[in-house]
Design a protein around this ligand. Sequence first.
Ligand SMILES: *Cc1c(COP(=O)(O)O)cnc(C)c1O
Length: 397
Amino acid sequence: MTTEELIALSEKTLMGTYRRFPVVLTRGEGVRVWDSNGKEYLDFVAGIAVCSLGHSHPAVVAAIKRQAETLMHVSNLYHIEPQIHFASRLVENSFADKVFFCNSGAEANEGAIKLARRYAFEHMAPERRELVTMKDSFHGRTLATIAATGQNKFQVGFGPLPEGFKYVPFNDLAALEDALTERTCGVLLEPIQGEGGVRVPDKDYLRQVRELCDEKGILMILDEVQVGMGRTGYLFAHEHDSVKPDIMTLAKAMGNGFPLGAVLATEKVASAFVPGTHASTFGGNPLAMAAGLAVLDTMLRQGVLENCRRQGACFREGLKKLKGKYSFVKEIRGRGLILGMELTIQGGDIVRSCMEKGLLINCTNENVLRFVPPLILSESDIDRAVDILDRAMGEMP
Ligand SMILES: *Cc1c(COP(=O)(O)O)cnc(C)c1O
């Protein structure tokens, strides 16, 4: 089939939930992908912060191949070797004592919301059912996670939504304090708001949220689906802020492209999940676990986090130079290799122009260019990306 025929068939048969770019991507290696016409792109989207080790990382490919030939799925009615190893490794490297595996970010957040409510049901007053979440947050597309998401555009037309969510502005401690009542069982937030425009917490904000939660005896739940697993230069973004949550969710980069999510929690909170309370057929299956374990081990042993910090600083410098050059750049934000460039103009034309020139980037919130490249990229990849971006920005009126 020609590319045009493929795209026509795609539009005919797939539900219109995405406005896709008119290309078919067919192959990837490291920081690069190729389309069906053989055109090469530098990939600074990485499947939306998923392929952090780059496309087709050999360690992940080998682990998946090996496991596929051995055992792919048996269900959680039985113990699963790679699941036990992956969970232990996550526990060794995080605040958490226990892990629940699932298949996506939304499912992880559903699990976290259920765990918080169940914990409250067992250990708090019966009326403590509510979670306070943030405006401009993003927690997924299921009914409970769009209810948790503090953005009306994701909720319109999907009611009635699950009850029990209240929203306050990010980085506004006083508003949070005001919103907490005797009905609140926890606070759910992203340590950096990704979809909401790469919004970084103010110094001390997360620590103050933690203190507030401790004072009220409620749970702090961090959604690290986008910024966890190395994206900010540390395994988890909350390490920047020296806080520990009670519950944390992960997904995106966990399997480097193999669908995989998780809920992590302290022993005390996790004890609210007993047999029969929560489950997932595919969650934690041998194939996913082999992929996840290979990703985590590669990240921890191959200097990936160090490279992320180093290249993140280098990329930020490059973006700052562009800010000096173009008056429509308002601000550069982010940590490690999740960087956002807020514009005073819409970002769509720059994204399209970069694509023509061989660079994939993404725009969120209409005017924030978001860069989430593979963490294994080199300085020459950054130079090339900044050069393309410079030329694309130079075309703007
Ligand atoms: C992407 C994302 C989700 C949703 O993850 P899915 O795998 O698409 O369900 C949830 N929270 C955050 C912070 C995200 O970035």
